[in-house]
Design a protein. Structure first.
Length: 180
């Protein structure tokens, strides 16, 4: 089975919009909702990226996991991400993207607080690793749906700005944790 066939199987058929001008694509930035979604992304995911940036010292120094076992910890986080990615879309279909984002960001905040307070207990740290991974990816679908709704006609540019929001969260989270 070719890669091209796999993409056609899983992605919707969308015609390319050849008539859109760059400045027209940026019109979504005039909407308050677009900026709100970008702010939620840039600020709300900072804690997640802090956890992910410093997972090795957290797990080895605080939780007592041998550094030779960190690959397994990352597989556990990745397994959580796979489950979360699938679950986020299902939950979003049932609750709607706004309620799903609010619920999942709240749960992610609780799980990250759990990491801060309970990581000295190795078994709990493993559970929290899976949960943080799952929650991190479960929010991706609904928050992107919110942005697509806020940017009709500018979906591609909005998706690029969402990536920038995640990058800001990653940079701010790692920097602030290292600085503080």
């Amino acid at each position: 089975m070719s890669l091209h066939y796999c993409f056609k199987l899983w992605l919707p058929a969308i015609e390319a919009n050849q008539n859109t001008h760059f400045l027209e694509e940026l019109k979504f930035l005039k909407k308050k909702q677009s900026w709100l979604v970008l702010a939620i992304t840039a600020i709300g995911f900072g804690g997640l990226f802090t956890w992910l940036s410093y997972i090795t010292p957290l797990m080895t120094v605080i939780s007592g996991v041998a550094s030779s076992q960190m690959a397994y910890v990352m597989v556990l986080a990745g397994a959580g991400m796979v489950v979360g990615n699938l679950g986020g879309g299902v939950i979003s279909d049932k609750l709607g993207p706004e309620k799903t984002c609010a619920l999942l960001i709240f749960l992610m905040m609780i799980s990250l607080m759990g990491v801060f307070l309970l990581s000295e207990h190795q078994n709990i740290a493993f559970v929290l690793t899976f949960m943080c991974g799952a929650l991190s990816m479960s929010i991706a679908a609904p928050i992107n749906i919110m942005m697509m709704k806020a940017a009709p006609g500018s979906e591609m540019m909005a998706a690029a700005f969402m990536q920038a929001g995640f990058n800001i969260a990653n940079a701010m989270g790692a920097f602030l944790e290292g600085y503080l």
